[in-house]
Design a protein around this ligand. Structure first.
Ligand SMILES: Nc1ncnc2c1ncn2[C@@H]1O[C@H](COP(=O)(O)OP(=O)(O)OP(=O)(O)O)[C@@H](O)[C@H]1O
Length: 282
């Protein structure tokens, strides 16, 4: 794990999100144990960590779906969240799903514009159950986008998609980020996804941010670039993953594999072999 002190790193006054000493437990120890974090306006941050370390708990707290003790979390009002499942209301057409809860007089025009941006305007009248997995996630992104969020929370939004659709969706999210500049917090198990998209990678462990790694790579990013490879090694090491054992393994999935990715830490959409993840040292 990092030897730096990321709990106090990058804490600034102009942040769009401020978390200070956040504690959250469910009866059996604290999942979040004094976690502190700042997110700057327009930043793109990836959040990684072992399964069960508390990533979704933090994200749910930032979405105000879970309570936080008074004074520990400061958030903008304009927030939106996209989950692994699109969570569309099945008895409402796509456009209604996107505009649900919007109070603007021109909500429909805004909804159509958002659908246009995600490449789904031709399905605005469709029922959610007739959408493909990728289309449904596009609709979920449009529903987030139409709210003009200053903070966009993404909880493994591509994990249930096949590898090719995931690549397209990653490109779409990057385009939307460039166009609208929300602060994005992306929870992902995929180290390559984190390095392709984010300018900062956070690793959670022991209920805190254990490592805070800048990703100063030029875009568009490529897996083979030396800087990418070096950061990948660093991130895998922070995650306690044995890269040498990983290198000896054949990928279990191809780019056109339509099966959803299995849970656990992944690299480039490939599930890691069991032995590649070191036993917890704590
Ligand atoms: N509402 C809840 N009630 C009880 N325990 C919970 C609740 N929410 C989360 N937990 C527990 O808190 C821990 C952290 O869960 P969380 O979903 O935040 O982890 P995660 O890092 O997102 O995991 P994964 O990567 O597998 O999605 C887990 O042990 C989980 O069982």
């Amino acid at each position: 794990m990092s030897h730096s002190l990321p709990q106090t790193a990058a804490l600034g006054t102009d942040a769009v999100v401020t978390v200070r000493g956040l504690i959250r437990g469910f009866g059996n120890g604290n999942v979040l144990d004094g976690l502190s974090l700042d997110l700057q306006p327009g930043s793109f941050t990836a959040l990684l960590g072992r399964s069960g370390c508390g990533k979704s708990t933090l994200l749910r707290t930032l979405a105000k779906l879970d309570p936080a003790p008074p004074g520990t979390v400061t958030l903008p009002d304009e927030r939106a969240v996209v989950f692994q499942e699109p969570r569309l209301v099945p008895w409402m057409p796509v456009l209604r799903n996107v505009t649900l809860g919007l109070r603007h007089a021109d909500a429909e025009a805004r909804g159509l514009a958002a659908l246009e941006e995600v490449g789904l305007s031709h399905r605005s009248r469709a029922w959610p159950l007739t959408l493909s997995g990728g289309e449904a996630q596009r609709a979920a992104l449009a529903r987030a986008l139409v709210r003009e969020p200053r903070l966009l929370l993404l909880d493994e939004p591509f994990a249930a998609l096949d590898a090719l659709t995931r690549l397209r969706m990653q490109g779409l999210v990057e385009t939307l980020w460039h166009a609208h500049a929300p602060a994005i917090l992306l929870v992902t198990h995929d180290v390559d996804e984190a390095l392709l998209l984010a300018d900062r990678a956070l690793v959670m462990a022991d209920g805190r941010i254990a490592a805070d790694i800048p990703v100063p790579l030029a875009r568009p990013r490529r897996h083979g670039d030396p800087g990418f490879i070096a950061l990948r090694s660093r991130l895998l090491s922070e995650l306690g993953i044995d890269e040498e054992r990983l290198a000896g393994q054949e990928p279990q999935r191809s780019a056109t594999d339509s099966r959803p990715a299995p849970p656990g830490v992944a690299v480039g959409g490939y599930a890691l072999p069991a032995g590649a993840v070191a036993a917890p040292s704590h």
